[in-house]
Unconditional design. Structure first.
Length: 283
């Protein structure tokens, strides 16, 4: 009987997750344009905390049949598995520009999936606390998935996206965001002068030769064309394709600099998830 109940729970969880995704696709033209679905710091953290606390409150207060169904281990497992699949997809494809079209269609489905996952996970934790000696490994997995989902799915729009116009007259240490705020970088950037650029072999005329300094004596010269991406200290640097620089490329260049502010949490939560799964298998 318990096996049959688990199978029903898995099926219900899968159907619920698919329903949320389909509903999100239908509502995407309306909800996807709202800023609520594109959470950034610190609103994303506040929103997630509210969802988790509200879910825990529902689990503590309500004893309805619906709550009992959605807090079954099998139901929660499937729902969090779907969230983990999307989280892994975003984790292994961090270049936002390469799959921006996919995220446009999945904006609302992922948002709704996060909402229900945190609500139901909060209720599940409260409902299983009295059995924590038998369920502690499951609770650990839930928290690991929620952390990983927050750092990937819930915070997928929360990254530094800066621009920098550089020349060959001086070295720059700061870049600007869309609101005009400047951020100091952990490296320095300078466009090489024409004589230095001429020394490079096989460089396209449309390329910009940029010197990136880690220290005064530790630097690297990079040839930036429209499709070049250079990574250093967690930053992804590329040439701004939307700026016409052909006539100015020998004197100026505009760079885009992207940094994932949740990169450490992604790796920490992923390791925690693997460890919790191993503990679950062991115990």
């Amino acid at each position: 009987m318990n096996g049959v109940s688990n199978k029903k729970g898995y099926l219900k969880g899968l159907l619920f997750a698919l329903t949320v995704i389909v509903l999100g696709l239908v509502l995407n033209p309306l909800v996807g344009a709202l800023s609520m679905a594109k959470l950034i710091w610190p609103q994303n953290l506040y929103f997630i905390i509210v969802l988790l606390v509200f879910g825990m409150a529902i689990g503590a207060i309500s004893n309805s049949s619906l709550i009992r169904v959605v807090t079954e281990s099998s139901f929660v497992s499937v729902l969090l598995l779907v969230l983990t699949i999307f989280s892994l997809g975003i984790f292994f494809m961090p270049d936002i520009n390469s799959y921006a079209l996919v995220l446009v269609y999945l904006s609302t489905p992922l948002f709704l999936l996060v909402v229900f996952a945190y609500l139901i996970a909060g209720a599940f934790v409260v409902c299983t606390l009295k059995f924590w000696r038998q369920k502690w490994s499951q609770i650990l997995i839930v928290f690991a998935v929620l952390l990983f989902g927050f750092s990937t799915v819930a915070s997928r729009y929360d990254y530094y996206n800066l621009s920098m116009r550089i020349g060959n007259d001086r070295t720059l240490f700061e870049a600007e965001d869309a609101n005009g705020k400047y951020y100091r970088l952990p490296f320095a950037v300078k466009l090489l002068v024409n004589k230095e650029s001429d020394k490079s072999q096989g460089v396209s005329p449309a390329s910009s030769i940029v010197r990136i300094f880690n220290t005064v004596s530790d630097y690297e010269d990079v040839s930036f064309s429209d499709n070049t991406q250079f990574r250093t200290k967690g930053w992804v640097i590329n040439k701004d394709k939307h700026t016409k620089q052909d006539a100015l490329q020998k004197e100026q260049a505009v760079l885009r600099l992207i940094f994932d502010r949740w990169i450490e949490l992604k790796y920490i939560s992923l390791v925690l998830l693997v460890v919790s799964l191993l503990l679950r298998i062991r115990y």
